[in-house]
Write a protein that binds this ligand. Structure first.
Ligand SMILES: [Zn+2]
Length: 490
């Protein structure tokens, strides 16, 4: 009889497939689940009684910007304490690789300084940092375009397009799961649909998917969804609409029409899914949302400062409150911040989303959960960084009844793994990697708020990653057992 490293006894098991709860034990040997259901009879080195808690697969955060955090904050406490065991990085067109040695990411979104040139080099750096969570990489279009074309507003030359394609090809060969775009951001917004199709074909060749921060999430949301669908159709690969939303009060409710477009495309043979974060505010690099020559007064009204190296005293404050104090209009505050030294490094939070749209999104069976958290811990980050997954389980499953617990868990685990090519994860099944969570479905809830965003959640009792206890009863364990994952490989 092989020895068992860890056993969770008397658990109510949600296996991640959406099946009903079964009761039994889960045993772990050498990082993998060695038995589910009836105990093998072997004693385990570590025995844990599940008590009243539910055992689920570890959650997959399919939309992160943790490329730099895997190196800077390898403990990843803000993710582990939510039950997240694997992270998809490289979203919105911004990835740590490819890069030039010594380069920093130009939006400061990732917080990386490269000592690598390609994904293989980045993956080696991540392994050396021994992060707590597993990570799967997308390769980002903004990153590639910046590297090859710079920040110029023009088409790439044929030679440059070839070079961009070869970067996608190389990343896919080194384990990336697909190509991401962020078509509202610089320099992605300068690119044509044809350029994206050409690059997406390289990802398609390698069996990857296309994920996109759409060219427009507000007034032209539906046109932007149509563009994404066309890219999927013409490049021949699955499409993932990132952080699906309708931004701006005049667009609230439009997510229903957008989901209908996706449903129709699926019925016609395309493969389209989406992800969402459960908050009514977005967040990102402020310089990317404002044009200094034509500052948007309506947007300035709904801004809150998250990280602001130019004016640390503004962190956590609403732009309108600062404007009142300074005796100026809100756009003037934006102008002064963006014009200050390091002003373009500001990360802001913008309140643009309707609560009802979040529920519409979460009801959709193809909707996954992705935090979109920005891991700059010096400021007052958007609470989604710490709270996303427990918030879905507590607020939207338990309190609001928007979806059932087993279904929510399926869309945080097996669906996400199948989508992003995480093999042998996302299910409580014999032979699978032992990424597991014990949670109390009667109390699980986020505690991070806009005013106090760096708060870990309630109700996550245990997290194991690759069979090692990463978090137990509110305490993070120093053994960090995460790995860089390769698309489609166990
Ligand atoms: Zn985005």
């Amino acid at each position: 009889m092989a020895t068992v490293d860890l056993a969770v006894r008397n658990a109510r098991i949600l296996d991640g497939t959406g099946a009903a709860i079964i009761e039994g034990d889960v045993e772990i040997t050498a990082g993998r689940i060695s038995s589910v259901g009836r105990p093998s009879g072997a004693a385990a080195t570590v025995e844990i009684d599940a008590g009243a808690m539910v055992l689920t697969p570890g959650f997959i955060d399919v939309h992160t910007h943790d490329d730099g955090a895997l190196l800077r904050h390898p403990g990843l406490e803000f993710k582990v304490s939510q039950g997240c065991t694997s992270l998809v990085i490289g979203n919105c067109g911004f990835s740590a690789a490819p890069a030039l040695i010594g380069a920093t990411d130009h939006t400061k979104l990732l917080g990386t300084t490269a000592n690598w040139t390609d994904l293989a080099g980045y993956a080696a750096a991540v392994q050396a940092a021994r992060p707590a969570c597993n990570a799967m990489a997308l390769v980002g279009h903004n990153t590639i375009r910046h590297l090859v074309v710079g920040l110029e507003r023009r088409e790439p030359t044929p030679a440059e397009l070839d070079q961009m394609r070869s970067h996608v090809r190389a990343a896919m060969a080194q384990g990336a799961c697909g190509l991401s775009t962020g078509l509202i951001y610089e320099p992605g917004r300068y690119s044509s649909t044809a350029e994206i199709i050409a690059l997406a074909r390289e990802a398609a060749e390698a069996g990857g998917l296309y994920t996109t921060h759409l060219r427009n999430e507000g007034d032209r949301l539906l046109e932007a969804v149509e563009e994404a669908l066309r890219i999927g159709r013409e490049a021949g690969l699955p499409v993932q609409i990132s952080h699906h939303k309708a931004a701006g009060r005049q667009n609230w409710g439009k997510v229903a029409a957008s989901l209908a477009l996706m449903d129709r495309a699926n019925s016609e043979g395309l493969d389209v899914m989406a992800d969402v974060y459960p908050y009514t505010a977005g967040s990102g690099p402020m310089a990317q949302y404002f044009n200094l020559d034509r500052l948007d007064p309506a947007l300035a009204e709904v801004i809150r400062f998250a990280s602001c190296p130019a004016r640390r005293e503004l962190e956590g404050r609403l732009c309108v409150d600062v404007a009142g104090e300074w005796g100026v209009v809100p756009v003037e505050v934006i102008r002064q911040v963006l014009s200050a030294p390091r002003g373009t490094e500001t990360i802001c939070i913008q309140f643009l989303i309707d609560e009802a749209d979040i529920e519409t999104n979460l009801r959709h069976p193809l909707m996954m959960v992705g935090s979109d958290g920005i891991p700059d811990l010096r400021g007052q980050p958007h609470p989604r960084l710490f709270g996303t997954f427990p918030r879905v389980l507590g607020r939207y499953v338990r309190e609001r009844g928007v979806l059932a617990l087993g279904e929510a868990v399926r869309r945080m685990t097996s669906l996400s793994c199948d989508r992003f090519g995480l093999v042998d994860r996302g299910r409580v099944v014999e032979g699978g990697w032992a990424d597991l969570v014990l949670l109390d479905e009667t109390t699980v809830i986020d505690r991070a708020t806009y005013d106090d965003p760096k708060q870990e959640s309630f109700g996550i009792g245990l997290v194991t990653i690759n069979g090692v206890v990463a978090y137990r009863d509110g305490v993070h364990q120093p053994v960090r057992a995460g790995r860089m994952l390769r698309h489609g490989r166990s």
